[in-house]
Design a protein around this ligand. Structure first.
Ligand code: 3Y8
Ligand code: NAP
Length: 246
């Protein structure tokens, strides 16, 4: 039986986990341990980093992993980089399970930012009310623009003081819906949205809300990751897993 490591943390990873569990696959689900109580999965689950490329290679060898599916978020670039190198070193086949980038639609007012730093620079100088929907890890980059009021949506209550002086914190895990995000943005008088081009359905609600409210979105492009086979659906990944030569 081919032993599979599923690098998770996204809606796609959870959908694949359900399919693998139903198929009785010998698979392990992996979380980084970023959140206090991650959603439970129908597969044996490990939580926490592996210890860099070497740690992941040792894990692959020690656990007899034959296939790795990288279904992490497109902004989890370090994990994806490590997976490419560790799988190469351990002679394990790897594929990525990734959702396509969001494309602007009729009525969208997107300002493209090449990085999270560029997104902070793209905000106006005059005080604004910004829905900063990028999570918690990169907030310090926006301390360069302290004059704005920031609406933050976080998975867990912040444990440390936030690096921004004017904030409102909304604790929510997602996936989100357009009606809820429209109401949230109206209630807070939002004038700008900052988003990562995550793709997928779980975080797209704020884009629909921004469109209906006629608000600009500063859209952060994805970081570069090394080339590896990329599949776009659970069915394609299941087929890849069942073909020894793939
Ligand atoms: C720990 C697992 C599932 C997966 C659900 C998806 C959808 C809801 C939308 C907004 C944007 C954001 C953030 C977001 C979404 C899904 C998906 C997705 C964005 C959980 C989860 C883990 C994480 C980590 C967390 C990050 C943060 C990013 C919040 C679980 C809920 C902003 C990304 O507090 C922290 O340190 C949070 C860190 C990485 C980005 C950041 O830099 O702060 N996700 N999110 C995973 C692990 O430990 O390995 O707790 O249950 C998973 C999901 N978050 O199973 O249905 O698939 O994208 N997650 C972004 O897209 O911009 C919220 O608010 O609109
Ligand atoms: P990252 O910056 O790419 O990775 C940093 C380190 O975290 C990795 O080197 C690895 O540690 C560990 N790690 C990351 N994902 C892991 C996983 N699934 N299993 C085990 N270890 C993991 O990652 P991140 O952006 O912090 O994302 C962390 C998790 O949140 C991932 O599961 C990702 O799918 C999920 N997520 C991230 C975002 C986002 O915006 N970044 C959005 C939604 C969900 P070692 O080097 O020690 O192995």
């Amino acid at each position: 039986m081919t032993r599979i490591l599923l690098l998770g943390g996204t809606t796609e990873a959870s959908a694949l986990a359900r399919m693998l569990a139903e198929a009785g696959a010998d698979a392990v689900f992996s979380y980084a341990g970023r959140t206090a109580k991650p959603v439970s999965q129908p597969l044996p689950t490990r939580v926490g980093g592996f210890g860099g490329i070497e740690g992941l290679e040792a894990y692959l060898r020690g656990e007899g992993i034959a296939r790795v599916v990288d279904a992490t978020h497109p902004f989890a670039a370090q994990m994806s980089i490590n997976a490419v190198h560790a799988c190469e070193a351990a002679g394990v086949k790897l594929c990525a399970f990734e959702r396509p980038v969001w494309q602007p639609e009729e009525g969208d007012q997107w300002v493209h930012a090449g990085s999270i730093e560029d997104a902070a620079k793209a905000l106006p100088d005059a005080p604004a009310r910004v829905f900063l929907a990028i999570g918690k890890q990169n907030l310090a980059l926006f301390a360069a623009k302290p004059q704005h009021h920031y609406l933050l949506r976080l998975v867990d209550e912040p444990q440390a003081p936030l690096p921004l002086p004017h904030t409102t914190v909304e604790i929510a895990r997602g996936p989100f819906d357009a009606a809820g995000d429209t109401e949230l943005m109206q209630r807070h008088g939002i004038t700008h949205v900052v988003a990562k081009n995550a793709g997928g359905a779980g975080a797209a609600a704020k884009l629909t809300a921004a469109r209906s409210l006629g608000l600009p979105v500063i859209m952060i492009g994805r970081p570069q990751v090394p080339a590896r086979p990329v599949l776009g659906s659970v069915a394609e990944v299941m087929a890849w897993l069942s073909h020894p030569a793939a």
